[in-house]
Design a protein around this ligand. Structure first.
Ligand SMILES: [Zn+2]
Length: 286
């Protein structure tokens, strides 16, 4: 197991110099990167010629590898509020997700994290059968495409308790229903906490469906992306469960310290987070 963090957290502190950002990330104790910036489909990586994006991402991966950082996962396209209500919008979204999958390969990682489509809105309980049908159609097509290029699609649990595809148990049922070997799960610990699910319990339920993590904390009510251990999520149950299922991937943070935090405070908090993740990894966190 390695511990990881979103590159963006460092890039916003060192915007002009990826080498410098990577150096600080390593010094703070991280070994792997979530290239979460690929969730933004408005940026040039999705809007400009793809050969340019490819060259840019391959160079990014080279600089990060030189600094001793592995890219463990990307975040695929995401927009909020969702715009998944029409077949036309979903077809466009599928094409952007396919591009996201190719960009994961340019960066050298097989894991792309995605969210369920929400055709009736984010926290709507409306028409659960139709929500499942639309997601099944979309993700079957995406997984078939992703398989050809060697990408595993990781569906994330959401912080919307009313949505028919949000809780960990619902994500598991969906993954089993689709039955594609390259459809796995991203366990978001903060989202699980908002849905009232214990982290250790979620890990045990997921077993080998679990591929990657988004680790962060909150008060159990809102999706706050706080540092692990500063909210109500039960991280004490995590280490034992990881050992039980034989997890060997990356414990990757999705906590937000923020671009406006002074450098010194930012690094102190990042190091404290790296310590927490290391304790969880070693099952020493209480
Ligand atoms: Zn997440």
């Amino acid at each position: 197991m390695k511990i990881g963090n979103c590159l963006w957290e460092y890039r916003c502190h060192y915007p002009e110099d990826l080498k410098e950002a990577a150096k600080h990330m390593r010094e703070d104790g991280f070994e792997a990167i979530d290239y979460s910036e690929l969730c933004n489909v408005e940026g040039p990586l999705y809007t400009e010629d793809e050969s340019k994006a490819k060259a840019f991402l391959e160079e990014e991966a080279r600089i990060l590898a030189d600094a001793g950082l592995a890219i463990s996962q990307i975040h695929g396209p995401w927009r909020y509020p969702p715009e998944d209500g029409t077949a036309k919008a979903r077809a466009e979204w599928l094409s952007l997700m396919e591009r996201g999958a190719r960009m994961a390969i340019y960066l050298g990682t097989p894991y792309m994290v995605v969210h369920p489509l929400m055709p009736f809105g984010a926290n709507s309980p409306e028409n659960p059968a139709e929500v499942l049908r639309i997601n099944a159609e979309h993700y079957t097509r995406l997984c078939d495409y992703a398989k050809e290029i060697g990408v595993t699609v990781c569906l994330e649990n959401m912080p919307f308790p009313e949505l028919p595809l949000a809780h960990v148990f619902q994500i598991i049922d969906f993954v089993d229903l689709i039955g594609k070997p390259n459809l796995k799960v991203c366990l978001d610990t903060g989202h699980a906490n908002v849905c009232g699910t214990d982290i250790g319990e979620a890990i045990r339920m997921l077993g080998d469906r679990l591929a990657v993590f988004h680790i962060h904390d909150n008060d159990g009510k809102d999706d706050q992306h706080r540092l692990p251990g500063t909210g109500t999520a039960n991280f004490g149950s995590m280490g034992k469960a990881l050992a039980e299922i034989g997890f060997s991937g990356v414990l990757s943070s999705e906590a937000r310290i923020g671009p406006k935090t002074p450098h010194k405070v930012f690094h102190a908090q990042a190091r404290s987070m790296a310590d927490t993740l290391t304790k969880i990894k070693e099952n020493l966190y209480n």
